[in-house]
Design a protein around this ligand. Structure first.
Ligand SMILES: *Cc1c(COP(=O)(O)O)cnc(C)c1O
Length: 405
């Protein structure tokens, strides 16, 4: 008799996000003329950079000729892209890596979800609260989370609360953790970890033989030059950290799909190199990102590609500034938005985030994301994103100011 993986029963249903979608459709049906502005989306909206499009066109033409056709590529990705990544992301910041420490894939979501497979089932997992849900859910599926408690937390997970009180930089856990998921710049808080904070975590991981799984999908949004773009800027991190980066938010690849994961050869546990394990895992279960897409990703690091994608990021970051300063002018407190495309809005009073979400929809026709959807510590906050269109963003903030200021 086939039985299912019962760990799936322990997952939190995506009730909140389904409820949000339902509330928006219901509001739309009841108010067909309302001009709803969506500042809840975590997806880019600007079209691909011309340099990226040109490179992908050229790649398609190559595939159209027998002499330059490409079939299966290397599972780990093409060297031309790994080389561009090494130069563009790492050597330029004083970090030296080898080509075979870079694993190119079709997205960070799958990489951060799959990485737990190479660790023991009994590993103790630590996650920030609030955070991108993939880290937790992938470990629930693997049976590492225990049972769900009434406060929304799982019994076997070590939670790292990120609140205004600790500047959204989590404290070291009181219970020993083996796998530690960190995300900076952070989704949803929009805040970053400083050199000092990251140094603290690298030291913890070294002392405890833990591994840090560092999601840096938004590093290209960092404006403050003192903020690290990579955990490998911290001495000693290569022995303790895996790093994930994606072209999704950097270059508008959410629909194109390309990302990469760095597994340094110096990172060993139980006498094995994690690089060998991840390589084996990828070679068995993944057959490489498309040649066309990898050509497009490499073009992000060309002089034109760099300029064009930086222009897109600047556009989103101006939206972030408009949202942040607009909310502050209206007397609200908010976080993030300086080094990330997310603004974490501290809601007034003790109003629950799903209640405020509805109020904002009904009174301003503006959509945000209730903070509680990212973890219990997200309660009392609403996430707004800078991925909207400029005039719509201005209009949304104008409406909020008019209603609440
Ligand atoms: C968007 C996002 C990613 C990127 O996922 P892809 O699968 O590469 O599109 C990774 N981590 C976080 C926190 C994100 O918000």
């Amino acid at each position: 008799m086939a039985q299912i993986n019962f760990n799936y029963d322990a997952l939190s249903g995506n009730y909140l996000f389904a409820e949000i979608a339902r509330k928006i459709s219901a509001y739309r049906a009841a108010h067909p003329d309302a001009k709803i502005i969506r500042l809840g989306i975590g997806d880019v909206t600007l079209p691909l950079a011309p340099a990226v499009v040109a490179a992908m066109h050229e790649a398609v033409d190559e595939l159209s000729r027998a002499a330059s056709f490409h079939g299966y590529g290397p599972e780990r990705g093409y060297d031309f892209l790994a080389e561009a990544i090494l130069q563009g992301e790492y050597r330029s910041r004083g970090v030296d890596l080898d080509l075979d420490e870079i694993f190119i894939s079709d997205g960070s979501k799958c990489d951060v979800g799959n990485i737990q497979e190479i660790f023991a089932p009994e590993s103790v997992v630590a996650v920030a609260d609030p955070v991108y849900p993939v880290y937790l859910d992938s470990n629930v599926m693997a049976g590492r989370a225990g049972t769900k408690q009434s406060d929304g937390h799982y019994s076997s997970i070590v939670y790292l609360p990120c609140t205004a009180e600790n500047n959204f930089a989590p404290s070291l856990p009181s219970r020993k953790a083996d796998l530690i998921y960190l995300c900076s710049p952070n989704n949803p808080t929009g805040e970053v970890l400083s050199v000092e904070e990251l140094t603290k975590w690298v030291a913890y991981a070294r002392e405890n033989d833990a591994v840090i799984l560092y999601d840096s999908a938004y590093s290209s949004y960092i404006q403050d030059e003192k903020v690290p773009h990579s955990i490998y800027e911290i001495p000693g991190a290569k022995e303790v950290a895996v790093e994930f980066k994606s072209f999704s938010k950097t270059a508008g690849f959410t629909g194109v799909r390309c990302a990469f994961t760095v597994v340094p050869k110096a990172l060993e546990r139980s006498g094995r190199k994690l690089n060998d394990l991840w390589n084996r895992r990828q070679c068995t279960k993944f057959n490489g990102a498309s040649y066309i897409v990898q050509r497009g990703a490499a073009a992000v690091y060309s002089p034109a590609g760099r300029e064009e994608t930086q222009g897109q990021i600047a556009y989103y970051m101006e939206n972030a500034r408009i949202i942040r300063t607009g909310l502050e002018e209206a007397g609200f407190t908010c976080y993030g938005g300086r080094n990330a495309p997310y603004i974490w809005w501290r809601l007034p009073g003790k109003i629950p985030s799903r209640v405020f979400f509805e109020k904002l929809l009904e009174e301003c026709q503006v959509v945000g994301t209730p903070g509680v959807g990212f973890g219990p510590c997200g309660e009392g906050y609403l996430r707004l994103t800078a991925f909207g269109e400029r005039e719509q963003t201005r209009e949304a903030i104008g409406r909020i100011q008019k209603k609440f200021a």
